[in-house]
Design a protein around this ligand. Structure first.
Ligand code: GDP
Length: 452
């Protein structure tokens, strides 16, 4: 994703502040110049970029007046805050995402043709299915030939029931019937996919109004192609002014420089972005929360997103609590590492998950752009751990694991070079230190959690 490049450039700019002996106007200006250039290259609106620069400068200058404050930290925090607020609509998007189970949530999807609406409907259903919902899909797209077949195909793949018609031509009638049928069958998430058009036109808006009147959706989600950059602002405004758009999903946020432009442009219309699509596959779909997104963009990790991802893969809440409990007590054993690596394998693209953990990008476990090799490496480490005894897996002291006879025995059991075992131990120690923080007892982890 080109946005990763943006994150790297901003991180590099911030390291100018970290590495400078003292922070004067010149250093701050040089750092801000780099950040501004990176944002403009990602197609963010020049007005928003200017505002960010001015606000960071004001906060840095105010820091001069406060005694004993760490200016480096203040500047870094100002940049993170300003980036988050630039990507934020100011609306609490969490409420729009936390649907209530056991009641029929009717969600209507609207958008232009080709935006990725049909694909996103299924991704959305699959996301909630993993959370224990009972989703169903209704195809009310009678405009595009093959739309019903596409939805059917996606829905079948994800094992989500669907409804549509090859003969009925009125989309509002199909939508109403589908919603009624699924309500009777006690589905608690009914997703209605509507027709698009190549461009905004009256017939599209009229059809949306009719479908909405017949199905009375709890939420209308506008799906928009994120690769259109700043043009997103006008499109989002037009849809918002015509139908009651409650939330936005930006698609195609993979591999396009204009992603930064679309994110900030949509937020500027005060429309909450709730998810982003990051690829054609069903699992290339992520929650969007400005603060967590900025954290990941800058390589600072997204612990909450990581723990959420774990609970998606392993739905029992107990598991999540157990993990949080262990980590908060400073208990990061080899067994926890093993269990988390097993979860990561279940969670979908390894890069997406590893990016959530600070320090793991470009680590011994994961190299950006080398997802296949990284997945093989994780597998090798797990094979090595399979050769450890229960005592070793639960051992609270990493030093014990380094004893030569143990290393040799584990290597023999795993059929690998002892050097690979040592590599795993190094990686384990590094992650452990990262999670436990400088003072141990899970401070690193808990501090990250409390910031999110
Ligand atoms: P609709 O006309 O709005 O229903 O759009 P479709 O769901 O048919 O999607 C149009 C094209 O965009 C298809 O080729 C999808 O595979 C592709 N697409 C959808 N979402 C994404 C995404 O997040 N990333 C990428 N790269 N392609 C996407």
């Amino acid at each position: 994703m080109v946005l990763n490049e943006l994150g790297q450039k901003i991180s590099q700019a911030l390291s100018m502040i970290q590495n400078a002996e003292s922070i004067d106007e010149k250093v701050l200006d040089a750092c801000l110049k780099e950040i501004v250039t990176a944002l403009l290259q990602a197609d963010v609106n020049v007005r928003l970029v200017g505002k960010l620069r001015d606000n960071v400068k004001t906060r840095a200058n105010n820091a001069d007046k406060g005694a004993g404050l760490n200016k480096r930290k203040i500047i870094e925090k100002a940049v993170v805050d300003e980036l988050s607020s630039m990507l934020s609509s100011g609306v609490d998007e969490k409420k729009l995402v936390d649907l209530k189970k056991g009641q029929p949530n009717v969600i209507m999807f609207v958008g232009l043709q080709g935006a990725g609406k049909t694909t996103t409907c299924t991704k959305y259903g699959a996301f909630y299915k993993k959370k224990g919902f009972k989703p169903a899909l209704v195809c009310a797209d009678t405009f595009r030939a093959g739309a019903f077949d596409q939805l059917k195909q996606n829905a079948t793949k994800m094992q989500i029931p669907f409804y549509g018609s090859y003969t009925e031509t009125d989309p509002a009638v199909i939508a109403a019937k589908g919603v009624e049928e699924f309500k009777k069958a006690n589905h608690d998430l009914i997703i209605v996919d509507t027709s698009g058009r190549h461009k905004q036109e009256d017939s599209l808006f009229e059809e949306m109004r009719q479908v909405s009147a017949m199905t009375k959706p709890d939420l209308i989600i506008f799906v928009m192609d994120g690769s259109i950059g700043q043009a997103a602002e006008d499109q989002a405004k037009a849809f918002k002014d015509t139908v009651e758009v409650g939330a936005v999903i930006l698609t195609k946020m993979d591999g396009h420089a204009k992603g930064g432009g679309a994110l900030s442009a949509v937020a500027a219309t005060k429309s909450p972005i709730v998810f982003i699509g990051t690829g054609e596959h069903m699992d290339e779909f992520e929650r969007f929360e400005p603060k967590a997104f900025v954290g990941r963009l800058l390589g600072r990790g997204d612990w909450r997103g990581f723990v959420d991802k774990i609970s998606e893969a392993v739905p029992e809440d107990a598991m999540k609590e157990e993990l949080m409990d262990s980590l908060s007590k400073g208990n990061f054993t080899m067994r926890i590492l093993y269990e988390q690596l097993a979860n990561i394998q279940k969670m979908g693209p390894v890069g997406q998950v590893m990016g959530m953990i600070p320090g793991l990008s470009n680590s011994g476990l994961f190299t950006k752009g080398k997802e296949k090799e990284s997945a093989a490496r994780i597998k090798m480490f797990m094979t090595i751990m399979d050769s450890m005894t229960d005592k070793e897996l639960d051992c609270p002291n990493p030093k014990v694991l380094q004893e030569q006879s143990r290393v040799m025995r584990v290597a023999r059991g795993a059929g690998c070079n002892p050097y690979c075992v040592l590599e795993l131990l190094e990686e384990y120690k590094r992650i452990r230190a990262l999670i436990m923080g400088p003072g141990g007892k899970g401070k690193g982890f808990m501090q990250q959690m409390s910031k999110q």
